[in-house]
Each structure stands twice: as C-alpha cells, then as structure tokens.
Design a protein around this ligand. Structure first.
Ligand code: UD1
Length: 362
C-alpha cells in the first residue's frame, strides 16, 4: 500500500510524525509532502528536527497568502505531485488550509483520503478551520476521530458509520514520545522564569489578533494577570506583526516561537496556560494544567467535560477572574480521555491495513 501523508502548517507536524514512524516500524514505506504553508525555520524546520520527521519527498513551497490564494496555490501544486506519486491513499491531518486543499485534489482524482482528527466541530463558520473541517470530512473516505464527540458529529451529518473510526488523539502520541526529552530541556531556566511558577500564553487566531480593540483588551487582561504570575508568550509571526502595531506587550515576556520539545517543556512546568490554540487545549488536558481558552467556542469539548480547559472568551475582566480562580484551586486529578494513550498511530495503521485488505480482495 502506497501511503502519502501531507503536512503544511505547524500543528500538522506533531500529528504526522508518530504516524510516519509507526508506518515505517510496521514495514511500510510512507511518503511525505510538505505544502510549505509554514516555512520559517522556527515554524517548520525546528519541528522536523525535534520530531524526527524525515525530509519530505516533495516540498510545494506555497508560502503565505489570502485563504483563497494559499488554498489555490496548494491545489495547483499538489495535483501533479499526486499524479506522479500515485498513492493508494492520502492521509491528511488536522484542519489547516493544506488539509482542505489536498483533500479536494484527491477527491477530484478519485484518490482515497484518510482524515486524522476528523469530526471536530466548533459550529462557528467564521473560523477558517471550521470550513476546512466540514469540507474535508465531507470528502474523506476514512474518518479517524480523536474523541467520541467526533463520531457523534459525523453520524449526525450523515456519514455512514463504517467510515468512522475512533482511534484516539495522535498528538498525544508525540507528547508521550517526547516527555523525557522535554524533562531534560533547560528552557525554563534559560528564559529566567521563576521557580515559584509562571504561565504560558499563545495567541494567533485572526479573530483575536487582527482586530486591534480585541487584541488590546486581551493584552490588558494578560498584563493584569502577569502582575501576580509571570507570563511567557512565544509569539506567532502573524501576532508579532500585530503586537508591533499595537505598541508591544509590556509586562509579558514575549519570545520567538519555540520548537516542539522546548515548548512542551515550557507548558509541562507551567501553572496556567492562556491560549486560542486548538492543540494546546488537549496538551493541557493531558498534563492537567489549567487552560483558559480565549475563544467563545471550542471544537474540542472533551477538554472541558473531561479535561482542564475553560472557555474564557475575550472579555478582559472575565479572563482575569477566571485566571485567579484557576490559580486558587488544585486541578482535579482525572484520567485523561479514552485513547489519549500514545498508541493512536498503531490504531490508525490497523484501520489502513484492514481497509486495504478489504479493498484488494474486492
Ligand atoms: C495556520 C492555520 C491554523 C493553525 C496555525 C498554527 C489555516 C487556515 N490556519 O494559521 O489553523 O492553528 O496555522 O500556526 O490553515 N507566517 C510567517 N511564517 C510562517 C508562517 C506564517 O511569517 O512560517 C505569517 C505570515 O505573515 C502569514 C501569517 O503568518 O501570512 C499567517 O499564516 P497562515 O499559514 O496563513 O495562517 P496561521 O495564522 O499560521
């Protein structure tokens, strides 16, 4: 079976790496295409290095642009590549523009697609990723979900149950595999963070950083929290340009984006995370570190019902009040959600192999 995996943006790398490693371990020869949606050394190369990802077989080098431009560039660049490599199945992960664009190309060419992290829904179509999730899941042949809500969403949308597989959270495979390396990292001391504790901030959603008033409100809340708990803010390039326009983020320790292992080390030792990321809601749930999600909704409700996540929205007073409440109480010690166990890649390969056997026999 010729299996081609797609990566494009930072949150794809930690989902593809365990799958590629598992495929190789089980005797497959997987191929990898990088669309180049993310291209800065600290948004891409650092992750290839930290996660032991092989050099991609093809790099499409599409770079940044409006959603239409970026998606169109990926579609145009990927079509000849998929025709040339002729995979039996293409694996896409997550919900970025690369996920959508490559799925669309495969669907038109009749190449089967497996979507890892299928079924998540924020029910907020102003969020670019929600559109990507809906279209990808509508077109993909195999839908591999991280949590039972994903299965329910897909069934409610009319996806035949035989195409849905609850395999668990593959991002946790990467987390588990690199826990020891993260423990050896000296990033906390190198950044001069106090032993009494600190919090971690990440922000990059257009809805939070593109509107100067929303951004100013969030920064005000962060400044207030930082008066009690030092906050370190590894800053996405898109946010960095917005921060510069907003006159900086005084009171916060703003640093360049970190590689996977250093960032995991930073989060693992923190007392509080404030974020608008999707993946970080899951990583904090795994570590049971209180997480305030600075959004009005989440496509990952299990991180609230079974994890340490709270939807804080963007109202500054509410953010400050929730941060104080989170710091005042001991995080509940709960089991992590089912199948967030570091073995998701194996379950995905089981699904692919069984699908291939059935397909070859018919
Ligand atoms: C993308 C994903 C988002 C994911 C995020 C993680 C989509 C729709 N969005 O958002 O789901 O959470 O990645 O980072 O696919 N830039 C650089 N260097 C880079 C990459 C980006 O400078 O290596 C800057 C460019 O100015 C670019 C902007 O960041 O225009 C936004 O990049 P883009 O890939 O369009 O979206 P993200 O906000 O990174």
């Amino acid at each position: 079976m010729k299996i081609l995996t797609i990566v494009g943006a930072r949150p794809n790398f930690m989902k593809a790496a365990p799958l590629l490693a598992c495929l190789r371990r089980r005797g497959h020869v997987p191929q990898l295409v990088h669309t180049g949606q993310h291209y800065d050394a600290n948004m891409s190369d650092a992750f290839f290095r930290d996660l032991g990802l092989p050099a991609p077989d093809r790099h499409l080098g599409v770079g940044s642009g409006s959603h239409a431009q970026q998606t169109a560039k990926i579609i145009a660049a990927f079509e000849p590549v998929v025709l040339e490599l002729a995979p039996d199945v293409v694996v896409v992960v997550g919900d970025v523009n690369s996920t959508l664009a490559c799925t669309l190309v495969c669907s038109k060419l009749g190449v089967p697609v497996a979507h890892v992290e299928a079924g998540l829904r924020s029910r907020d179509r102003t969020m670019p990723e929600e559109i990507n999730r809906l279209v990808t899941d509508c077109l993909a042949d195999l839908l591999l979900t991280p949590s039972p809500d994903g299965d329910e969403n897909l069934r409610a949308e009319g996806v035949p149950p035989e195409r849905i597989f609850h395999v668990g959270n593959i991002m946790i495979d990467s987390l588990v595999a690199h826990l020891e390396a993260a423990k050896r990292s000296d990033i906390v001391t190198r950044l001069g963070l106090p032993s009494t504790g600190y919090g971690v901030v990440t922000l990059h959603r257009p809805s939070n950083v593109d509107d100067p008033r929303t951004l100013a409100g969030i920064l005000g809340a962060l400044r207030e929290i930082a008066a009690d708990l030092p906050l370190v803010f590894p800053c996405h390039p898109r946010t960095a340009s917005r921060l510069a326009a907003a006159g900086g983020a005084d009171g916060l320790l703003v640093v360049e984006p970190l590689g996977y292992i250093e960032f995991m080390a930073l989060v693992a030792s923190s007392r509080l995370v404030l974020t608008d990321s999707g993946g970080l809601q899951e990583e904090t749930t795994f570590h049971r570190i209180p997480c305030l999600t600075l959004r009005e909704n989440t496509e990952r409700p299990i991180t609230i019902s079974e994890g340490s996540n709270v939807l804080a929205g963007t109202d500054p007073q509410r953010i400050v009040a929730l941060a104080k409440a989170a710091l005042a109480k001991d995080p509940a010690s709960r089991p992590v959600p089912a199948l967030w166990d570091g073995k998701t890649a194996d379950r995905i390969v089981d699904v692919l192999e069984s699908w291939w056997r059935t397909r070859s026999a018919s």
